[in-house]
Ligand binder design. Structure first.
Ligand code: GLC
Length: 543
């Protein structure tokens, strides 16, 4: 029987390096994750998405895969993955794994063979080798082309150690279908598809159109290309028509398995009509809604993106997803600590203007409650349930994001959102692992964010998330449909969804609730239960 679980699920992203470390080497691992899965059940999530744990030289934190069918020894063994999956399923959690098809690592046997075999070889046909580079640029800075010893150039839209695969080659297609089957056979519930808008390229593109679209960081200095429906105006490496037949073939593979296995697109595509093409009935199930993530904390833009997102996805029969944080962007508790519309620098350092931490958290809690009340699927990023901010004073010397090096230290990058999360106040590494070591240093002030400091504490962010997820299960706003409640005024985002009245107040004046409204949950303490103050979201029942 079809449950359509993926239409209104809450999916929690685990970044394996930074979730829980079982062996004290300072890097998270799969046994660490398994030992902490109850946390997700207590929180109320339905599924987990695991960022990559495959063998990798970690030039891009594991998004450079050297073997698509194994586990990196730093994270454990394949048997540890099986144990994780079995435990998750026992706990009623589904598990989605990350698939990185746009590029491999330069240590993948295919790339090593391609370099060794030389120009004109079948091995080089799996990648993009040319005698001359063009003007395409890497998303992480610099040219997208690097030269090998015999003089040929290979394409890498990301790091020099992430050579792009040639998706015109049937061998590449066949290999990835087999990789899908490998994990589906093990029992995974789906795939988050990395850089899903990048696989097909327009080779005959004239030069001068090479500016890449940033992969995630909302404030990367690279300007995103003008959004365009017209294929001739889109950059030749992004959102080309050829990607869709690949996802149709993957959908057929996934549908061949019982239990509704899903595909989720990570596609930085504008406008939303273009993104909806990835979730047509015979393609993927979901696509991350980065337009929502990128919206400033302003009522008008938020309402607009909600309207557009629902309309474009409804038109193709797909659920809308909502996401505020992930491992590529500045955590929303920090983003919202800057004035609305102000762009924090791309990766915040100690000399940069620092956010207002309390204001950021207040708005982040309101934004999360707004997100969790919308129809569709919600994605949470590990640590946001603790109200965790970005590490904004990370010493530059410890940065590992390839962006930092490739931009000649102009772009600090994404490490600040990837710091190991705190479980216990005090103690070595705040309970992340048995020792002091953490692959990125944790800030000194994180005791108060630790899970154990918040569990059972009235008003804590963790208890707010738990209660919101509990009520989400009870009232099912994920199922929709919603209806705008205009009486709240233009500075609010307010709607009815099923039995819930949801009011987010982004204006300076309080918003009055309708007479007789009973507040179920509020993102901050209310002095007056008939009014929603500034930067607060309320869920209420009305008779
Ligand atoms: C995606 C990942 C990001 C990675 C990039 C290249 O955007 O989320 O972390 O750097 O792809 O694989």
């Amino acid at each position: 029987m079809s449950t359509q679980w993926w239409r209104d699920a809450v999916i929690y992203q685990i970044y394996p390096r930074s979730f829980a470390d079982s062996d004290g080497d300072g890097l998270g691992d799969l046994p660490g994750i398994t030992s902490r899965l109850e946390h997700l059940v207590e929180l109320g999530a339905d599924a987990v998405w695991l960022s990559p744990f495959y063998p990798s030289p970690h030039a891009d934190a594991g998004y450079d895969v050297a073997d698509y069918r194994d586990v990196d020894p730093i994270f454990g063994k394949l048997a540890d993955f099986d144990a994780l999956l079995a435990r998750a399923h026992q706990l009623g959690l589904r598990v989605i794994v990350d698939l990185v098809p746009n590029h491999t690592s330069d240590e993948h046997p295919w790339f090593k063979a391609a370099v060794a075999a030389g120009p004109g070889s079948r091995e080089r046909e799996r990648y993009v080798f040319r005698d001359e580079p063009n003007d395409w640029e890497s998303v992480f800075g610099g040219s997208a082309w690097s030269q090998v010893a015999d003089g040929q150039w290979y394409l890498h839209l990301f790091d020099v150690r992430q050579p792009d695969l040639n998706w015109d080659n049937p061998e590449v297609r066949e290999e990835f279908e087999n990789v899908l089957r490998f994990w589906l056979d093990r029992g995974v519930d789906g795939f988050r598809v990395d850089v899903a808008h990048g696989l097909a390229k327009k080779w005959e593109a004239p030069s001068g159109k090479g500016t890449p679209q940033p992969p995630g960081e909302p404030s990367l200095p690279l300007a995103p290309p003008a959004a365009s429906i017209n294929p001739d105006e889109r950059p030749p490496m992004w959102d080309q028509e050829g990607v869709h037949e690949i996802y149709r073939s993957w959908r057929a593979v996934a549908d061949g398995y019982p239990g509704e296995r899903i595909l989720v697109a990570e596609a930085w595509v504008d406008p939303l009509e273009r993104l909806a093409r990835y979730v047509r009935p015979d393609e993927m199930h979901q696509a991350f809604n980065f337009a929502f993530l990128l919206s400033p904390w302003l009522a008008g833009p938020l309402r607009e993106v909600i309207i557009d997102s629902l309309a474009t996805n409804d038109a193709v029969g797909a659920p809308t997803t909502w996401v505020l944080s992930n491992h590529d962007v500045i955590r929303h508790a920090t983003r919202f600590g800057y004035p609305p519309g102000a762009k924090p620098p791309p990766g915040i350092g100690v000399d940069d203007p620092q956010p207002d931490e309390a204001l950021g958290l207040r708005r982040a809690r309101a934004a999360t409650m707004l997100m969790l009340a919308l129809p569709g699927v919600a994605y949470l990023y590990q640590g946001e349930e603790l109200g965790l901010p970005e590490h904004t004073t990370l010493p530059d010397a410890v940065r590992q994001d390839p962006t930092w090096l490739r931009s000649a230290n102009a772009v600090r990058g994404r490490d600040g959102s990837r710091v190991p999360i705190p479980w216990t106040p005090g103690g070595p590494s705040y309970g992340f692992g048995p020792g002091e070591r953490t692959w990125l240093p944790q800030p000194p002030s994180w005791d108060r964010y630790a899970l154990d400091a918040q569990r059972g504490a009235a008003g804590s962010t963790y208890e707010l998330y738990r209660e919101a997820l509990r009520q989400r299960r009870a009232y099912r706003p994920g199922a929709g449909p919603m209806e705008w409640w205009d009486e709240a005024g233009t500075d609010a985002v307010a709607f009815r969804n099923g039995e819930l009245l949801v009011v987010s107040n982004l204006g300076a004046e309080p918003v009055r609730l309708p007479a007789g409204a009973r507040v179920l949950l509020a993102s901050a303490e209310l002095d007056d239960p008939t009014q929603v103050p500034t930067d607060v979201t309320v869920w209420a029942l009305t008779s």
